[in-house]
Write a protein that binds this ligand. Structure first.
Ligand SMILES: Nc1ncnc2c1ncn2[C@@H]1O[C@H](COP(=O)(O)OP(=O)(O)OP(=O)(O)O)[C@@H](O)[C@H]1O
Length: 564
């Protein structure tokens, strides 16, 4: 688990509301959808409370009218009955339409947020992304984004609809209840508004714990599942991993319980406040206004609880939303280590010119010091050196995933920093030391390098790395399914697939990091021979701590001795 992720969870101060700003900005393009949703929410609110009020009035007025035959005969049952049916239908249709519209807006917003996040994640260097545990990154992209999707439909819009509804009610009650009737909904509004800062304050610890602990739970579970194959050999480590996952689960459930408890109290508080308003109205205006009208108003105020409860639940969610936004801000707030120019010079050939290169992963441990190396265009260079001398770090620098602390790299006469992204990737093909395959067919994995590669071209490079016979013997050949991360391939096959992918590119400069790992000496020698022949006229940098194939290379550099 990364230090960074762990620390951002254990020591957070209250997340400021300002972290929600980027998401509110993304909402701007969906204003029409949200305005429609607000309108439908208002219609539903009016229909809901109107239905309760009218039904209450209807029942009590009918009861009063039934006291004598004359009034019973004169009472008009038809219009109120039609009104009740109309309001009930409006309420159902309004709620349905409001849900459809707000869900549509939310899905559109989710898509926007995820695309926006990905656009900020991709320019980051592997080191910047690597500080996040894979499970944690997924949690941020999925669960934390989902937490934010309620910002408008579950909080802002219902709160706005309720506020407008209460103001409207103030007008109605000002007319219906003489002597300060408008004060009832206005007091209700003030009380609900006072709940907001209280819930914000009270919700901070539990929501921070809930957002953080569910992320820890996911990491622990994925750690245990990923490591099961290894941990199962070590009984105590395996039971420790399970216990850690269990403890994380217990802690996450406890935090969720505390978080939900606050929401439940808030809901109960809102219902109680509406109930108190109804009682107060009954006590203050009982006997002063028409009985059925008073019943209607009391029921109307009780009905408001149905609208106010979800609003305060949304308010109780606000701290969790800001904590989720804060976790996303950890990613989006980063400045990429390398910002490539939009356009730049074109390399004229495959020369690699490294001059006075210094590099360190951290301030205390220099990895490369004053490395100077010139590989002429079309030359084949064998780069060796003991483990840890910085061979793979040099690959990271050539690929521009990292920046040197000093010195310059030129490719084809152009400074690496000046190359635009597409030109750099076109110029340089790299097979990294860490082999990887994505879930998909073998052909899918090769087409990562060249999307329109033909089966013949793919088999050609597979033959170079000694995989063609194996692949053609598989019943599905190039269409053989490869499991996530290349798990269905042997270590050596996976490594050679990575090399084949780089070779398929036929780029002016090819860099292969430890391509012979996992091969016996004879196979390693043969691989070097074939790849040198394939790259005739193109620059090849072969990085290996093994001597096999060394004699085939015109240029031989020992990184531990030659530089500095
Ligand atoms: N991503 C990284 N973050 C921090 N330190 C790193 C990282 N990658 C490598 N290092 C450190 O940099 C130093 C050089 O590592 P590097 O992988 O470049 O060596 P190498 O010569 O390729 O070794 P090997 O032959 O074992 O692959 C090592 O001390 C290593 O711990």
């Amino acid at each position: 688990m990364s230090e960074r992720t762990e620390s951002s969870e254990s020591t957070g101060s209250p997340a400021p509301l300002a972290v929600l700003r980027p998401y509110l900005r993304l909402i701007q393009g969906l204003r029409g959808w949200y305005a429609l949703s607000l309108l439908l929410g208002l219609v539903t609110l009016v229909a809901t409370v109107g239905l309760l009020a009218l039904s209450g009035w209807f029942l009590s007025a009918a009861a009063v009218a039934g006291l004598s035959l004359t009034t019973a005969q004169a009472f008009n049952f038809f219009y109120p009955g039609a009104g009740v049916r109309g309001l009930a239908l409006t309420r159902t249709a309004g709620r349905w339409a409001e849900r459809v519209v707000s869900h549509e807006a939310t899905f559109r917003l989710l898509a926007r947020v995820r695309v926006w996040l990905l656009a900020r994640l991709f320019p980051l260097s592997p080191r910047q992304v690597g500080v996040y545990h894979g499970a944690d990154l997924l949690q941020r992209f999925m669960r934390d984004v989902e937490q934010l999707d309620g910002l408008l439909p579950r909080l802002a819009l219902p709160a706005l609809a309720l506020t407008l509804g209460l103001l409207l009610l103030a007008l109605v009650l000002g007319w219906a209840l003489p002597g300060g009737g408008a004060l009832v909904p206005l007091t209700l509004l003030a009380l609900l508004m006072a709940l907001a800062p209280l819930l914000w304050h009270l919700g901070q610890p539990s929501s921070r714990a809930w957002v953080a602990r569910r992320a820890v739970l996911r990491r622990r579970l994925i750690d245990a599942a990923d490591g099961a194959g290894v941990l199962a050999f070590h009984a105590s480590a395996w039971s420790a991993a399970r216990n850690r996952a269990l403890a994380a689960s217990t802690a996450a459930l406890h935090a969720q319980w505390q978080h939900e408890r606050l929401g439940a109290f808030a809901r109960a508080g809102a219902i109680a406040v509406c109930g108190l308003a109804a009682w107060a109205t009954l006590l203050l205006w009982g006997g002063r206004v028409d009985g059925p009208l008073l019943v209607a108003i009391v029921l109307l105020l009780l009905g408001l609880a149905e609208i106010a409860a979800p609003v305060v639940t949304g308010l109780a969610e606000l701290p969790a939303m800001t904590h989720a936004a804060q976790r996303l801000d950890d990613i989006t707030g980063q400045t990429p280590d390398v910002i490539p120019p939009a356009s730049g010079p074109q390399p004229v050939d495959g020369t690699v010119d490294i001059h006075g290169l210094d590099f360190a992963w951290d301030a205390h441990t220099p990895v490369l010091r004053g490395l100077t190396l010139q590989v002429p265009s079309g030359a084949h260079c064998f780069l060796s050196g003991p483990s840890g001398c910085g061979k793979s770090s040099l690959v990271q620098l050539l690929a521009r995933f990292e920046r040197p602390t000093q010195g310059q790299i030129h490719l084809g006469g152009a400074a690496l920093d000046d190359l635009d992204e597409a030109t750099l990737r076109r110029t340089l093909a790299v097979s990294s030391q860490f082999a990887w395959a994505r879930q998909g067919t073998l052909a899918d994995n090769l087409r990562i390098a060249v999307p329109d590669a033909t089966p013949e071209q793919m088999l050609q490079v597979l033959a170079l790395v000694g995989l063609a016979d194996t692949v053609t013997a598989w019943p599905e050949g190039l269409d053989t399914w490869i499991d996530e991360g290349g798990q269905s391939l042997s270590g050596g096959q996976l490594r050679r697939l990575g090399v084949a992918r780089a070779l398929l590119r036929q780029a002016p400069i090819t860099v292969l990091d430890e391509p012979t790992e996992g091969l016996d000496d004879a196979a390693a020698e043969l691989l070097a021979e074939r790849i040198c022949a394939w790259n005739v006229g193109r620059t090849l940098i072969w990085i290996s701590h093994r001597p096999q194939g060394r004699a085939l290379f015109g240029q031989r550099v020992d990184l531990a001795r030659d530089p500095a």
